[in-house]
Ligand binder design. Sequence first.
Ligand SMILES: [Zn+2]
Length: 438
Amino acid sequence: MNRIRASISFGMIALALVGLGGALAGCSGASGQDPALEPWFATDPLVEEIVSQISRENIEVILKGMESFETRNTLSETESDTRGIGGARRWLKEQVEAYSPRLDVYLDRWVSDAGTELVNITAVLPGTNPALANQHIILGGHYDSINLDPVREGDTYERRDPNRPAPGVNDDISGVAVAMECARVFSQYDFQKTLVFVGFVAEEQGLVGASLLAQKMKAEGKEIEAVLMMDMIGSSVRGGGAPSQPTTVRVFSDGPMDSPSRQIARFMEMIGERYVPDQDVDLIFRKDRFGRGGDHTAFNREGFAGVRLVESNEDYNNQHSYNDTFANLDMDYLMRNARIEAAAAATLALASASPTPMGLGRGEGYDAQVRFMPAVGEGVTGYVIALRSTTAPRWEEFVWVGMPFQVTFPHKDIDEIMVGVAAVSGAGRPSLISAYLR
Ligand SMILES: [Zn+2]
């Protein structure tokens, strides 16, 4: 723990950090912190309230409702109201429309060259701050499913027949149901930024629905602060007798070490574990599971930052199978992941944007001088500088600097540290951290 002496003049601040030598580690916990960091580590009562309203009952309605359509293969039938992907998406749209008139709910439709309808289910909750309304936070999962099980005794469909039953409850109505439950709860509140809740189509055919939305938003000049994708978040038992981690969930993020996606992953760990202390958020510094993919990657490809939340316990026997049913979910585990998603998304949407780094220099010669542009957003009460060694995976030290936009750390060698900056919009509302990369 470092002690800080501060002297302020003309909007600049010089901080003398006492006892810096090797003191970067072990300083990120809330206990024993500089009291000035209280707003950085605080829980926000409003976020607690939002998280507490995420309803298991409602999530189960969507899980079972979507399972009842038997298959949601992207190429399955679309006319029936009780079977196939068309009826499923119309039913889900009706459910979400009933949540709140504040949600703009629509089917976002494309047609492939082969004539297949590609339809994402989208609900938008507009941001209330005009300066941040073009900053979007996407919560999503894919509602399509696939069954690749070998043909078995009594099968009435060929293996590749799109109308073959493919329940796809964990993969990925678990993600869609949580996104839409967040839409329901969040629609009762005001957020500075715009929230977009999406059920994506054709993930199983190569991230098609997510790619279409990412390209569309890019073409329209929309900015996306974070994509918080959920894909398979409901199983707490690993297959094959491998040891399970029933209180752990993984967040995959593409690199490099200080990519915007990694900052989102670190934010999810910090906020997720703050509001859901009985679940560990496990950071995996890899874009997705080895050799496999997910819809967040479609956004990464268009230059948008985003991560994937996915269970730590995969059972390959249940994936893309007859066995991917509601009965094989662990609802307690799924609910913890739902609360992590809700806490991270709500905190981000309530907070300001992150400040823009304007330079990391040597000051008078041997100091670390940090400059940044003020953050866009309402209610900013101060800034925090984040520090860590260049090899450390997580930010190790946070320093409250108040309101100046230039800070000097005497005798701190900028060659040997990573530096980031974040804004705080009142207690428990940190922004994402922006890293100084050059
Ligand atoms: Zn999936």
